[in-house]
Design a protein around this ligand. Structure first.
Ligand code: ASP
Length: 472
């Protein structure tokens, strides 16, 4: 039965079977050394010229061939040990070898970090790029992070619930991706910019504590920390909570997560500083200040909250929120964010001075999440719709929310930290593409598969669509 390379140190003197990739080969005359790589690391194989059959195969081995070997685990001679390797005290004297598959020379080197390699080529051959140790580590830490979140929130009474991907637009300030409907020609789904409305409806449904490691879609122009396309966020919503509760649950979750999954990291300050928006702008010139004490320290994590945002931002006609053309105000966060209770009278007299119960989660100068306490009074929701210039048709699109809120809605609120973004910042990676297995390239194509692609006329016909003119 196959064992893994990291099990070999406990198997000295035993016959074992191992499989994996040829990481490197070194010829030393009568001996050939091969580093065999599997998902746990590498182990040194030794081929002796006295065994002509195996030696001959070893001579032909090339990097990245897939092999299976049998042999005995031996202690390495003193002086030949490698203390930097978990398996550095042992080696396998190979008695039998089988080549399972050969490999062409890879299009790039996978032994290093790979930052210097052209990103398009890395993406085209992402399945090879993912073989490099750094990428493997990133993906594994991401897995551990999601796993921790699931376990932690479940223990806290949260329920993981999936929400539709083929759905209707919930404006979050970005452009929607749309998908044409075949069954209802001329109509389109929007991919969710977030599960915002569904999670609020789950509160009306009485679940009280919801989370989802949710995929969200935003057709934004690519930026370094915001790859175009799809993102993963830890979407959460809770009923009967105050803003204080939301902040403290989030703070506990991330504090414990860092301790468990990233023990080498330290958090600059606890409890996390809470900075009113106005103060942040005045003092730091940004609403996402980098509060690290030593910016050269890769292990420092400075979390903070930015709170007391103005509920609205003023805007000129041309950049009007969601394209309706005329209103002076756009929501700072989104249109379901509750006004500060003390400021409700200002909705009529001076909307610019209304503070929203919004909270942004900031880490080392990056906004890694945002959320809010929500409006749960239909009257206030309608007032906000009015202020952001919703006409009747637009209001009707959210009629289901207003109706739902007439059947007994608990006060509720939530947050959605971006998982890609969080892991990028914690690992000090320059882009979220470094922590996503198959990200879109900065040009908007999806790695390996070369999406988007053209469709044939038959498919367009079925959808009742025709292309205006062919775009390349
Ligand atoms: N829906 C918001 C977002 O995706 C998060 C929230 O308000 O909970 O940014």
């Amino acid at each position: 039965m196959r064992i893994l390379s990291n099990e070999t140190p406990e198997k000295v003197g035993k016959e074992v079977e191992l499989s994996g990739w040829v990481d490197a080969r070194r010829d030393h005359g009568k001996l050939i050394f091969v580093d065999l790589r599997d998902r746990t690391g590498t182990i040194q194989l030794v081929f002796n010229a006295k065994d002509e059959v195996t030696y001959k195969v070893a001579e032909a081995l090339r990097p990245e061939w897939v092999i299976k070997v049998e042999g005995k685990v031996g202690e390495r001679p003193a002086g030949m040990r490698n203390d930097d390797l978990p398996t550095g005290t042992v080696e396998i004297g190979v008695a039998k070898i089988e080549v399972l598959s050969q490999a062409e020379t890879l299009p790039f080197d996978i032994s290093g970090d790979g930052y210097e390699i052209n990103e398009e080529i890395r993406m085209k051959y992402r399945y090879l790029d993912l073989r490099r140790r750094r990428m493997r580590r990133n993906i594994l830490l991401r897995h551990k992070t999601s796993q921790f979140v699931r376990n932690y929130l479940t223990a806290e009474g949260f329920v993981e619930i999936e929400t539709p991907i083929l759905t209707k637009s919930t404006p979050e300030g970005a452009r929607d991706f749309i998908v044409p409907s075949r069954l209802q020609q001329g109509k389109f789904y929007a991919l969710p910019q977030s599960p915002q409305q569904y999670k609020q409806l789950l509160m009306v449904a009485g679940f009280e504590k919801y989370f989802q490691i949710a995929r969200t879609f935003r057709d934004e122009d690519p930026r370094a920390d915001r790859a175009y396309g799809e993102f993963t966020q830890l979407d959460m919503e809770m009923s009967f909570v105050t803003q204080e509760d939301i902040l403290s649950i989030t703070e506990n979750l991330f504090t414990k997560l860092v301790k468990e999954i990233f023990p080498e990291k330290h958090i600059t300050k606890a409890p996390w500083p809470r900075i009113p928006h106005k103060e942040a702008i005045e003092k730091y010139g940004t609403d996402k200040p980098d509060l690290r004490v030593d910016k050269g320290d890769p292990n420092e994590l400075a979390f903070s909250w930015t709170i007391d945002f103005p509920l609205f931002t003023e805007q000129s006609e041309k950049d009007f929120f969601h394209g309706s053309g005329s209103a002076k105000f756009a929501p700072s966060h989104h249109m379901f964010t509750a006004p500060h209770p003390d400021d409700i009278p200002l909705l009529d007299s001076d909307p610019t001075r209304v503070r929203g119960l919004q909270h942004d989660l900031v880490l080392n100068g990056f906004e890694v999440g945002g959320g809010s306490v929500r409006i749960h009074q239909p009257k206030i929701q309608e007032k906000v719709f009015e202020l952001i210039g919703f006409n009747k048709i637009q209001k009707d699109q959210f009629a289901h929310m207003l109706e739902a809120f007439t059947y007994g809605v608990p006060p509720h609120g939530g947050i959605a930290p971006g998982l890609d973004r969080f892991i990028m910042v914690v690992l000090g990676e320059p882009s979220i593409r470094e922590v996503i297995a198959f990200p879109a390239t900065s040009g908007g194509s999806v790695a390996v598969m070369d999406a988007p692609s053209e469709v044939d006329n038959k498919q367009l016909d079925e959808l009742g669509l025709a292309l205006k003119k062919k775009t390349k």
